[in-house]
Design a protein around this ligand. Structure first.
Ligand code: GLN
Length: 196
């Protein structure tokens, strides 16, 4: 089994390093041909408007939509979660997304860069970890098909921060910025099962 990191923009190297430490064979995915080589894909954090634009110009938008529709495993973190979501609040007017996770995300919903924070999180089926939130999207609604694997309590509301729908996982924070590879291992298990 081989997995990919969408390598158009964002923290590609960090995800790659986490996957390699989890024992995976990893390729950078920049073209539809490279996407054909992988059994699962991480969509990294970065800038979701830039990632959406580059998905269009690289030809990956259609190719990835079709892989997602056929059940490929995917894991979106931060901007990658935004790209997988079904609705975006405070997106750019022309910002589109794959709608692989039936969630509404509010971009920068926890405030600006200066409001970045870390908090302990218990992720169901995965384990205990520290979440690093940087201009993170806030999940403000989730449909009935979405399993909420973790929440945090912030400003009096319980927000989902790790979600799963089928073989697609999204999280609001940056697991690749810590040495903790539990979520990467979880994604690899899903990818291995989906690739059977
Ligand atoms: N705020 C960014 C966006 O909307 C996401 C931030 C991140 O990935 N760290 O794209």
């Amino acid at each position: 089994m081989r997995v990919g990191v969408l390598a158009l923009q964002g923290d590609v190297r960090e995800h790659r390093a986490s996957l390699e430490r989890a024992g995976a064979e990893v390729v950078d995915v920049r073209t539809p041909r490279e996407l054909d080589l992988v059994d699962g894909l991480i969509l990294p954090g970065g800038e979701s408007t830039a990632i959406a634009k580059l998905l269009d110009t690289s030809g990956l938008r259609l190719a990835l939509a079709s892989r997602l529709a056929s059940g490929m495993a995917a894991f979106g973190t931060c901007a990658g979660l935004i790209a997988l979501s079904s609705h975006i609040e405070d997106g750019r007017a022309d910002q589109w997304s794959f709608a692989a996770l039936d969630v509404t995300v509010k971009r920068n919903g926890y405030g600006r860069q200066i409001a970045s924070f870390e908090t302990p999180i218990d992720v169901r089926d995965v384990g205990h970890m520290v979440g690093v939130f940087i201009r993170a999207p806030r999940i403000i609604a989730a449909g009935p098909e979405v399993r909420i694997l973790a929440t945090i309590n912030r400003d009096g509301s319980d927000d989902p921060v790790v979600v799963r729908q089928g073989n697609v996982v999204g999280c609001c924070f940056h697991p690749e910025l810590t040495s903790d590879i539990q979520l990467h291992q979880y994604f690899l298990q899903i990818a291995a099962a989906a690739a059977q």
